[in-house]
Structure formats: C-alpha cells, structure tokens
Design a binder for this molecule. Structure first.
Ligand code: SF4
Length: 892
C-alpha cells in the first residue's frame, strides 16, 4: 500500500487527505489525521473523492474549433491570436478569468504572464464571487488582506458568532470541529445570524433570523451597545487604532437603540438584546462570516461593521478571538496571495507606483500593467460590448456561476478567441470555446494551496497524467514562450515557481507587507516535496509559520494602526416589488460542489437532494397553490428557471432559496445565475448573489415522466430552454444512479411516447403498457435479461418510486421482474422517493424516523448504533439532530 498525503480540492477548510493505493491499483481516500485543518475528519464530499477519479467526461486532448488537435497547434493558435489582437486592439483586449481551483503555482504563472508580459491587468478570479468583500474590508481596516486568526480559535472561543455562514453544509469539517468543541465545553456558546434557519442554526444557543441585507444595522447597533455599556477597550483603541469617533457617531445615528435595530432587522427585541449582551460580556469571541456577508452590494461595509466591533473591544489576534472570514474555494487565498484579482498586482501588493517598479524589477518584465483591470462582472460586460476580443478561462464555469449567466454566454459568443482550460469535457463554458486545453485534475496535479486560516498545504499527485493533460502553469509558460518570453517562463518544475513566488513575497519586504514567505525561498525540490502544512508569514523570525497576526496591535497601514470605519447602512440595490415580491438567495447544498462536474459523478452524493429546487416558506407557497414537490417557474427581470418546490419553515417568509449547482448539462432550466443581476459592491465589486427579487408561480404540466436508462442521453436529445429539439420537456433534470441515469421530466405538448422511445433508443425488445383512459404510458427494453431503459409517463396519477425502478438496473432480471418493471416496481407509487439523509450509508429519512420512534432513541450516537446514519463523515449529523428534535416533539 502506497500512501500520498494531499489536500481536498473542494472548500476553503483545506482538509488533509491520504490517498492509499493497493497493489491492484484501487485507491482509497481518507482524512489525514496529521493535518491541522481536519485531524482526520472529512465531510460527505471529501469522503467521496475516490469515486470521482475515473476518466468519464474528461477532456484528454487539445481541441481547436471542435477538432482534436496537437498541443503545438493549440498553443500556436493562442499565441498567434493574442499577438494579432494586441497589435490591432492593444493588450487590454485580452482577459483571463481564472479560479480558486487553480494551484498557487498555476495562479502565479498566469498572473505574471498577464500583468508583466502582456501588460494588462484584465485577470480576475472566480474568488471575486466568493470573498472579494472580505479582502476589501480587511484592507480598509488592517491595511492588508489578512485573516488574523485560525481554526483553533473557534474551539478556544467562548462565543462563536456565525454571520451569513451555513458552516454545516459549506465548511462541514470546521462545523464538526466547532460542534465537538461545544460538546466538550458548556461555556462555548454559538449565535447564528442568517435569514434561513440552516442546518448550522441547529447548533445555535441563539438564532437570529435577520432580514436579508440588514447586517450593518445589527453590527452598528452592537458597536453602539458596546460603547453605552462601557465595553470598549480604550487602551487598545488609543494605542492601535484610529477612526473610533466617526464609527461610533455613525453607529449611534443609524442604529442607536435596540427597538430600532430589531425593527429594521426583523428580529425580536429580546433576541437582539441577548446577542448584544453575549457579545459584550464574552472576551473570547470569534465572528465567522462568509458568503451571506460577502455576496452583497454592501458586502464590504458589512465586513467592516463586524471588524469595527472586534477592534473596539481589542478582540483580535489573540487565542479564541477575532473576526474570521471563511473562503469558499480550496485556493481562494492562494489567488489573493499571487494577486490574481484584477485590482491587485502581485504578492499582496497593489497598483502603487513603488510596487509597480518593484514587481517589474523582480520579474524583469518588458512591461507592467499600470492600473487595476476589469473585475469579473465588468470583464464580461466588456466582452459583451466587443471590447474584450480574447479570453482565457481556467478551471471554472462562468456560464453557470456568474450572475447574468446568459449575458456571460453571449459575451463569450462575441469574443474572437475563447480558450478554456479544464479537466471536464462538457460544461456550459467548454461549449463556447474555440480552443480547449486538457488540464490535469485533482489527484494528477501537484503544487500548493492555502486554506482559510493562511495554511499552505501541498496538493500532491498520486495518479499519472491521463491522455495529453498538462498542468495549467505549463500551458501558460508555453504560450509565453511562443510570444517571446521564454526566459521568464523557463520553468521545468512547479517547485521553481513556488520558490519564485516566495521570493517575490520577500522582495524588498522587510516586514512592511503581511504576505511574506522569505523562509521558503530556498526550498530544495525535496523540501518542497515534503513541505508540511504551514501558516504564512514564514520568515526568519517565524520559520515554522505564524498562528495569529495583530496580537501585538501592529497592522500594515502606513502608521501601523488599524482603522475603524463609519459604516452607513444601506438597503440592497433591488428591493421586492409587486411584480417580483420574493427575495431569492442562492448558495450551496451539502453534497455538491460548484457546477457538479466532479461531485455529480457520485451517485450517493445525489441521494440527499437530487433535483434543482426552490426552497420556500409554506405561507408564501399557500396563496400560490404550490405544494411540496410541485414544479415552479421562478422569474426575475433577467430570466427564468424551472425547478421543484421544496416547502420549509426554515425559510424566512418573503425569501426563497435556490442552489447554485445545476446547469444546462443536467437540467432544462435549473441555472440560478440566469436570474441574478450583475449588481456589485462598489468597493469590492463582488456581485449580490443573495438578494434578487423574483416571482414564483406553479407550473402545472399536462404530463410528468421518469426515464431510467443505462447510458446517458446526449444533451441535444434532451433539449433545453435555449435550443430544444424536444421542446415538450419544459422541465427535466438528470440524476445519476449507480447503474443507470434517471431523467425526471414534465411538459405540455402532445407526444407519441411509443415513437419517442424507439427514436431515442435503438433497442429491439420492448415491453409496453398503455392506458389512454388514464393517460398512462409505460415501456421498457430488456436485452439478455438486463434492463436497458424504462419510461413512465402519467397525466393524472403519480409516478412510481424511483429507487425501486433503479434497483432493476442492478441485477439480472428474472421472468417475474418483467411484469414488475411495468407495474412500477414493488414499492408503492409516490411523487417523490424517501430522501436519503446519510449519504455514506444510504440511510433514508423514514428509516431514521422509524428507528427514533420505535426504539425511543434520544441521541445521535443511539441513531448511529441503530441504523448507522451519522457513522461516516458526519455531514448528516445536523439533520439527525433535527429529526431527533422532531421525534421528541411528536412524542410530546
Ligand atoms: Fe473537503 Fe469537506 Fe474538508 Fe471542505 S470540509 S476541504 S469539502 S473534506
């Protein structure tokens, strides 16, 4: 058995993993017990990593204009295209849109190429969508983009305030660490502030269902409360900060009483008072914030309103205290470090004259981008207007993940040259590429990433490069070479790039900049290979890294003082109207990642939430005659989506939630980015993903169907909202099972289903049943006692249970099974299957509820012992707790 230590490629927790190969070549992934981010824990996504390693859907060869090509031809096409565009339109006609999925070495190479050699700063990363407001807030307060604390602080604190963070689903291992610490320490209290009562709120001692967009009022009110209750740390404020007076005045003027705050924030006065008192009396307080704060047209102000309260109490940079931003992506921090945001230059340096000279001197580059470039939303607007002629997209899927997603697609359609580097062959963005470059995937690529606590870890390869896939830094270096910059990109190994990156961080630094890897500039290849997780800065004074910053009250502003800001609260850009009365919030779900190109390969990760949905409060659904499981059309001024309704009292009245993961590859109209406007925060340019006014209406189809097939349907056969050969399917969603693919669909037009089935599946042997009076059609095709396809369409009755149908694909059929298939399987008919709660052991909600009730179970441990649920990665534990609570309530 060989074991390679690496890092999970999904969220910003940055868990260590161990990839173990046995002699037969099978690979297991487990949590790395030695990694300080997770100490062996993994969530549902991390523990399913081994199931994502196959080469299905992989891009394995370069393609140019839809034809398989050689690398030479593809790279020549890019280099020639860039040269021609620069000659004709200038360097600012070229742009890069890169990703928190890139390794730091890839990020460094592309940022250097763009800013130092092409001479444009038109490079932005999808981290803009995730934490640009935190970056901007940190810089305004600290003079640098510094996360002061670490994960241990959440365990050492006595109060953890989670704002706009569904930690249980989006940073599950950090949530597990917090839960374990709370279980061991009765003094550790948790406050959750979120318009949605998420799984995270189940851990809370106090839950505040704040009105979306009102966080600044809440934290301004807290600052005022701290002053009026004599809780300010004047010694720290006097010595290490300025701006207190103005910040206090604004706080008093805008949120000067608890009744006012409660009214604006839609909260009970006693709940606001409880929160303020808890914060005021608890020295060891950590405030964790995430996308619910950042993804807002006032995101930077929200961040500073939180930081103000920590600076005012001197609670920063010490054990168990501080503001703490958690990032969404595995290497969002690495992107910030190299400067791959359009408004950063490199190594945490901005576009200041002294830094322009410093960086150009270090790179020995022929030019340097003189000013900030276009940030994500503006960049695609410029492309739509024809100002960007060429764009290189790396490791991301902006046609799905950006706001104004349909405009982004049009923008790419307008570019003369679209290059996409990806490991996935079929995404909504690869469809738009003129040049496709096959990139290495996780498990094949090698380099470093930085997690949310500034910890640099190695991602190590444990698989050979498949096909002709190459590292992203290599593609960049090859294009640079073709454009005459070969000397500056003559890298033969990623370790050389890391050393150069470290050397730039140290260049003329002398403690003036927070990001400093001076002690890593001379790593040998072997030392790099065995580099252990380490938190920057790593300097001669701190050769083993730095656990916390700012504990000494020294910041990175010119006078070394932190700044409190007067933060005027303001409402979100777009408010509900009579036409669009509900507020749409978008985000992640527990078991999926980004646009599902990897987690979508794992059947068990699709059992928890398998179709695109809109979560809404029953009180909002009732007047619209919407029941749980109905198909609904959601519209905004920009577009529409068509998804299943999921009714939940966890949703605040007036707000709805849709996941960000579904796209054209797996649904007809499940892409939430289609609805979201490109409104951005004026300081950070981060888009407002959490506050889109929408209208919702029930869609009553004439028929609904379910198709299960051993081979997936080519996309063009299924159709979508834009180019639909089968426009009869107003709704469809694709779900992966272990041995088949399932398509849920619904529509209105008259369809000859018998003909439809035979046209789409060239199979000889069909079983069939039709009852026109009931509006029912069923057929199946069996070859050599193996089920190939089955199709069920109903106009009146409910469809059969899907699990029972999928089970027929897992076995050789006996004669009696043939009848069983057409009767819909042994299970009873039902609109939806029982939801799987525990993805690790496939345990359904009904099994858990039955065990709780029949065995009178009262703890998660007892549930695990009875039915195994919760005994794997632990991501389902919040839901188990909720079911236990419901069980107790039912008994009561
Ligand atoms: Fe990966 Fe889960 Fe850890 Fe995030 S919490 S890094 S997704 S294992």
């Amino acid at each position: 058995m060989t074991q390679i230590h690496s890092t999970c490629p999904y969220c910003g927790v940055g868990c260590g993993v161990v990839a173990s190969h046995d002699e037969q070549g099978s690979i297991q992934i487990s949590g790395d017990k030695t990694h300080p981010a997770n100490f062996g824990r993994l969530c549902s996504k991390g523990s399913a990593l081994a199931e994502t390693l196959d080469l299905s859907d992989r891009l394995l060869q370069p393609e140019v204009h839809g034809q398989v090509s050689t690398w030479d031809h593809a790279l020549d096409t890019i280099a020639d295209g860039f040269k021609e565009i620069i000659d004709t339109h200038g360097a600012d006609a070229i742009a890069f849109y890169v990703s928190g999925q890139l390794l730091t070495e890839d990020y460094y190479a592309v940022n250097k190429f763009c800013k130092g050699f092409l001479g444009t700063a038109n490079i932005d990363t999808n981290s803009r969508l995730c934490m640009a407001s935190s970056v901007a807030g940190h810089k305004r307060a600290f003079g640098s983009d510094t996360v002061a604390g670490n994960y241990e602080d959440l365990e050492q604190a006595e109060l953890v305030v989670l704002v706009g963070s569904n930690l249980a689903w989006c940073h599950p291992v950090l949530f597990q660490r917090l839960s374990a610490a709370k279980a061991e320490n009765d003094n550790l209290k948790v406050v959750v502030i979120d318009p949605r009562r998420t799984a995270t709120a189940d851990l809370a001692d106090l839950y505040l269902p704040v009105q979306a967009g009102t966080d600044v009022w809440l934290f301004n009110g807290l600052l005022h409360f701290l002053r009026t209750h004599d809780r300010l740390n004047y010694e720290f404020l006097d010595e290490h900060t300025h701006g207190l007076g103005a910040a206090l005045k604004t706080a008093r003027d805008t949120a000067g009483s608890i009744p006012l705050v409660a009214q604006v924030c839609g909260l009970e006065e006693h709940a606001v008072a409880s929160f303020y008192n808890m914060f005021a009396r608890t020295e060891k307080t950590v405030t964790v914030y995430s996308q619910g704060v950042n993804q807002s047209s006032a995101g930077t102000d929200k961040v500073n309103s939180i930081i103000n309260c920590h600076l005012a109490t001197g609670r920063i940079g010490k054990v168990g205290m501080g503001p703490f931003s958690v990032t969404g992506q595995p290497n969002a921090m690495g992107g910030r470090e190299v400067g791959a945001l359009a408004n950063q230059l490199a190594a945490h340096m901005d576009f200041k004259p002294e830094y322009l000279d410093l960086v150009q001197d270090f790179w020995q580059s022929p030019t340097i981008a003189p000013k900030a470039g276009l940030t994500a939303v503006d960049l695609f607007h410029a492309a739509a207007e024809g100002k960007i002629k060429a764009i290189w997209v790396m490791a991301t899927n902006p046609v799905v993940s950006m706001p104004e997603a349909d405009l982004v697609k049009q923008a790419l359609g307008r570019c003369e040259l679209v290059i996409v580097s990806d490991c996935a062959r079929n995404t909504d963005t690869t469809e738009m590429a003129h040049v496709l470059l096959p990139a290495l995937a996780w498990g094949e690529k090698d380099g470093t990433v930085t997690n949310s606590e500034r910890r640099i870890s190695r991602q190590r390869a444990f698989l050979p490069a498949p096909g002709e896939a190459k590292p992203d830094w290599w593609s960049v270096a090859q294009v640079a070479k073709r454009m005459g910059f070969g000397d500056a990109f003559a890298y033969e190994h990623h370790a050389e790039i890391f050393r150069e990156h470290a050397a730039l961080s140290a260049y003329q630094n002398n403690g003036s900049r927070d990001f400093d890897l001076s002690a890593l500039t001379t790593l040998t290849a072997e030392e790099y290979q065995y580099l252990q997780p380490i938190q920057w800065p790593v300097t001669a004074d701190c050769p083993n890294g730095t656990e916390r910053l700012f504990g000494n009250g020294q910041f990175f502003t010119p006078d070394r003082q932190a700044k409190l800001l007067p933060v005027e609260p303001r409402a979100p850009k777009h408010l509900p109207t009579a036409e669009y009365p509900l507020i749409l919030n978008s985000g992640r779900i527990r078991d999926q990642w980004h646009t599902m190109t990897r987690t979508g390969k794992v059947p068990r990760l699709q059992t928890h939430l398998s179709e695109p949905f809109l979560e809404m409060h029953p009180d909002d659904a009732e007047p619209l005659a919407i029941a749980d499981g109905d198909i609904v059309e959601v519209t905004s001024p920009l577009g529409r989506m068509c998804v299943k309704a999921k009714l939940s009292k966890r949703q605040r009245r007036g707000s709805v939630f849709a996941p960000m993961h579904w796209n054209r590859q797996n649904s007809a109209a499940g892409k939430v980015g289609t609805l979201i406007a490109g409104e951005v925060d004026p300081v950070s340019n981060q888009p407002e993903f959490k506050h889109t006014p929408v209208a919702v209406r029930r869609y009553q189809p004439k028929w609904q169907g379910v198709l299960l097939t051993r081979e997936p349907l080519p996309l063009q056969q299924v159709g979508d909202a834009e180019q639909a050969p089968l426009t009869e399917m107003r709704y469809w969603a694709k779900v992966r099972h272990a041995d088949c693919w399932r398509y849920e669909f619904a529509g209105d037009s008259v369809v000859d289903w018998r003909r439809w089935a035979r046209e789409h599946f060239a199979l000889p042997d069909w079983l069939e049943f039709q009852d026109r009076s009931q509006g029912r059609y069923r057929c199946a095709s069996v070859e050599d006692n193996v089920l190939q396809v089955c199709l069920f369409v109903e106009t009146q009755a409910k469809l059969p249970a899907r699990k029972a149908l999928a089970a027929y694909f897992e076995k050789e059929l006996a004669p009696a099974d043939r009848l069983g298939i057409l009767s819909g399987g042994s299970a009873q008919a039902g609109a939806c299957d029982d939801t799987t709660v525990c993805a690790c052991f496939g345990v359904s909600r009904s099994t858990i509820v039955e065990a709780i009730q029949s065995q009178n179970l009262s703890s998660v441990a007892a549930v695990t012992q009875a039915v195994k649920a919760g005994g794997g990665c632990g991501s389902c534990i919040p839901e188990l707790k909720a079911l236990l609570k419901q069980g107790k309530a039912a008994v009561a």
